[in-house]
Write a protein that binds this ligand. Structure first.
Ligand code: ADP
Length: 173
């Protein structure tokens, strides 16, 4: 059984095996979680991202996919980069958002990570409503988390996000 825990705070402060980054498809940095991870993790992460762009990911990382790099100076072994969908009111992209969590966990298992920290993917600049984003995150992780991942920690930046994840956790069997 994988434990799901909630923490209010900054994902770059977490001591875990893998930190998931809400990246964009360029893999070359951005704002929000992405900016914070590169700032604090240092240039090694970007250097590996550039190598990925020069090899298997010439066109960038597709929405819903995930790929790992070093975590540089962060208190983690790996950063797992995933690209969430941009919220669109007239189009249901829930499967793509679920895929971010599923694929990140697949990569984490392949790496042998036992503890994984996730942000609330797509709920920042990408505009996904927090209540729905939290439900998809919790449901997908409940279904997909497996050994050797012993803990999935959702790291929520503010009280409102924390509250939505708490509710989603209580509602999800
Ligand atoms: P996206 O582009 O996928 O929406 P963002 O990084 O803009 O990604 O935001 C994702 C979520 O992460 C938002 O809810 C935002 O408030 C939150 N967030 C921003 N910075 C941090 C951080 N340092 N640690 C944890 N969560 C963060």
């Amino acid at each position: 059984m994988t434990a799901i825990t909630l923490v209010r705070g900054d994902i770059t402060e977490q001591h875990v095996d893998a930190i998931v980054n809400a990246a964009n498809s360029s893999l070359l940095g951005g704002g929000g979680v992405d900016g914070a991870i590169h700032r604090k993790g240092g240039p090694e992460i970007l250097a590996e991202c550039r190598k990925l762009r020069a090899s298997h990911y010439g066109k960038g990382l597709a929405t819903g996919q995930a790929v790992a790099t070093t975590a540089g100076r962060l208190n983690a072994q790996w950063v797992i980069h995933t690209v969430g969908p941009v919220w669109q009111a007239d189009r249901d992209q829930s499967e793509l958002l679920a895929s971010c969590y599923r694929e990140s966990l697949r990569v984490a298992r392949e790496l042998g990570a036992t503890t994984v920290a996730f942000p609330a993917i797509s709920t920042g600049v990408y505009g996904w409503p927090m209540d729905d984003g939290a439900r998809i995150a919790v449901r997908t992780v409940r279904e997909a988390a497996d050994q050797p991942v012993a803990e999935v920690r959702f790291v929520l930046f503010d009280e409102a996000a924390y509250g939505e994840f708490e509710r989603a956790l209580a509602e999800t069997p």
